[in-house]
Design a protein around this ligand. Structure first.
Ligand code: NDP
Length: 299
């Protein structure tokens, strides 16, 4: 049995579904899903992410807008742009690329986005809906939503009663993943940097989600035989074997060890990463469906 969860292939499946639903929405209602991405500064990694978000949006037939602002943009100017986008009927999803420069209050900017256009799912309204189990109308953050799709499509079953351990409690990944697993009737443990006996806790997991940011923290013998592992971590480590000064990406799980015991495991790269952008498209599509008075599609 193939243990490696092919995130790229599953992300493509989601993209095909988004494209077809987008075509249907446009032909049935005339509503063209619109995504606006706002980026401040010249950070090359962020520029690459933003460019690929625009490209994927256009592939889905969306109206795609990008606002690229200089490093010294004031908070007031950024809030004015968000206000314009909130009031623009052609825009259904607004994403502000994080991190923002230190002179801007990230929380204030996120909370200024209309919750109905908050395709990142970071607004308190959407956080509240997710934790209250109002999944039908919430925007769920893209990486956690993508992780759940990987789990559901890989296991192809109801997750009720499974023990899930989430390592990491960030607002972006750990907490929303835990809420989704709870909503799926798993018994959820959330571990973090103060957790004691992390190895023992991980060994109880039928589903293990690692969102830590520590290369290969989770060892093979921490894995329950037959477990399903979603490794969200993306860590760059030196790779002298590839040449002087070279590096490579690894996850939070020691893949080579864990694959000996896990039933299913995501690789890094090629696991969770490709899902994040696919779910951004899915969330934008959902926003457009809701703006047209329709129920958002399920993925
Ligand atoms: P944060 O740094 O915000 O959170 C990390 C979490 O891990 C914290 O809750 C922290 O605990 C916990 N932690 C740190 N060290 C340990 C340890 N030794 N043992 C147990 N828990 C520990 O990171 P994010 O959630 O934003 O991201 C996590 C990883 O996921 C990163 O590698 C990031 O690059 C990656 N990522 C990948 C994405 C993708 O698309 N594939 C998208 C988003 C993130 P405490 O709260 O106590 O400090």
């Amino acid at each position: 049995m193939e243990q490696r969860i092919d995130g790229k292939a599953i992300a493509e499946e989601v993209m095909v579904e988004v494209k077809s639903l987008s075509t249907r929405l446009i032909s049935d209602t005339g509503v063209i899903p619109g995504l606006a991405v706002v980026i401040i500064g010249e950070d090359p990694a962020s520029q690459v992410y933003v460019a690929s978000k625009g490209k994927r949006a256009r592939e889905c037939g969306f109206h795609s807008v990008q606002h690229t602002l200089p490093d010294d943009t004031s908070q007031q100017a950024l809030l004015a742009i968000i206000d314009d986008l909130n009031n623009d009927p052609a825009i259904h999803g607004i994403l502000v690329q994080l991190p923002l420069p230190s002179h801007i209050d990230e929380g204030k900017v996120i909370q200024a986005i209309n919750p109905d256009k908050d395709v990142d799912g970071f607004h308190y309204i959407n956080v509240g809906k997710l934790t209250s189990g109002e999944l039908g109308t919430a925007f769920v953050p893209c990486t956690p939503a993508g992780s759940m799709i990987l789990l559901l499509r890989t296991l192809g079953r109801d997750l009720s009663g499974l023990n899930a351990v989430v390592v990491g409690r960030s607002n972006i990944v750990g907490k929303p993943v835990a809420s989704l697993l709870l909503a799926a009737n798993c018994t959820v443990t959330i571990a973090h940097s103060r957790t004691k006996k992390l190895d023992e806790i991980c060994r109880t997991a039928d589903i293990l989600v690692a969102a830590v940011g520590r290369p290969k923290l989770i060892k093979g013998d921490w894995v329950k035989p037959g477990a399903t592992i979603i490794d969200v971590g993306v860590n760059r480590i030196p790779a002298p074997e590839r040449g002087e000064g070279k590096s490579r990406l690894v996850g939070d799980v020691d893949y080579d060890e864990a694959v000996e015991r896990a039933a299913h495991i995501t690789p890094v790269p090629g696991g969770v990463g490709p899902m994040t952008i696919a779910l951004l498209m899915a969330n934008t599509l959902s926003a457009a469906y809701r703006s047209a008075g329709l129920e958002a599609p399920k993925f």
